[in-house]
Ligand binder design. Sequence first.
Ligand code: HSE
Length: 441
Amino acid sequence: MDPNKKPVKVGLLGLGTVGGGVVNVLKRNAEDITRRAGRAIEVVHAAARRLDAPRICSTDDILLTTNPMEVVENPDVEVVVELMGGMRPAGDLIRRALELGKPVVTANKALIALEGGELFELAQSHDTLVAFEAAVAGGIPIIKAMREGLAANRIEWLAGIINGTGNFILTAMRDEGRDFEDVLAEAQALGYAEADPTFDVEGIDAAHKLTILAAIAFGMPLKFDEVYTEGISSLQQEDVAYAEELGYSIKHLGIARRREEGVELRVHPTLIPSRRLIANVDGVKNAVLVWGDAVGPTLYYGAGAGAEPTASAVVADLVDVVRTLTADPTHRVPHLAVVPDQLTDLPVLPIDQVKTAYYLRLQAYDQPGVLADITRILAEAGISIEAMIQKEAGEDESYLPIIILTHQVVESAMNQAIEAIEALGTVRSPITRIRVESLAG
Ligand code: HSE
């Protein structure tokens, strides 16, 4: 067997929320991940604080230990994934892995923000690397977007909602009038919050992430100690309400901005106009708005915390690392994301097989039974109505506008129904039809 095609063996430090998510995603999407990385990726050895703790993943094929250094030192382990969090022992474990020349993937924002510079030097001197996409904004690939996608730009500023727990709390306080403590407890139960939740609500977690974002945006060293940090714990309900009245939303933002004299690095509650897209980022979602001189503003949005969103970023880093371990550096990132012999031909569905909901606007003759005819035709075609409005006819008009929103249906069924309605003779042709996408889930 080509040694470059053997599965890559991964050692996992931490089997909690994110660790469990990584194991599950690697297993569930094994086939696609192998096609993209060019090799299978297998977790072979994992360290957990307690071996008998309840887990969200199966550990059937994984050797378990309570000693994380054992995982790092295991000669079979080629890549180390650190998901324990905290400064110690995580930092020492990563340092040892790098000294052994093993690439490291980590979600540890505190460690990167405080000691990243030293870790990157160590990695470079041992001809290896530290990948940390999951350290900022959970599942949003913001580091890749800034480091690669925006590489042409001079980034002037960025502003982000980069703590999911804080945003979750602010949203529930605003929409449900709930107490700060009550919502925080829920965020902890859902696995969003840090081990020490004051990191979330006092802005320290956001400051860690802002430090990393600013370093990448401006090509500057990591300066966590110089970030101005204000939390949300003293925010009053009435300020949230008054801000709304004035057309503003209060968000806990991390802001990095170039000035002639230097850079601003700050985390604090901020009023932003409610019409801005970023003002509508609610719940545990994160978003980062980046302003580059060539591209202008770009906005990145998604889940900023939780098992699988964070695992999404960790596994993406793993795929990147595995690509660097293959023999063909020129084609490190395949043109179409999967290695060339793994492309699969998928049929593209014709439009009449597409499934979508519809907005219909009909001009119906104002006489008894017309609406019943229309709804009967829709019912016979298996089309369910979500909402309906009948407007008054204009003066001298014998036709009434009827607006119907339907549930999802296959396009061919809708075509037949529209044809049948148009054939009634009591509805003007053509019926206006616009497809509806909820874009949810
Ligand atoms: N506690 C963090 C948050 C987890 O709420 O955003 C993800 O870094």
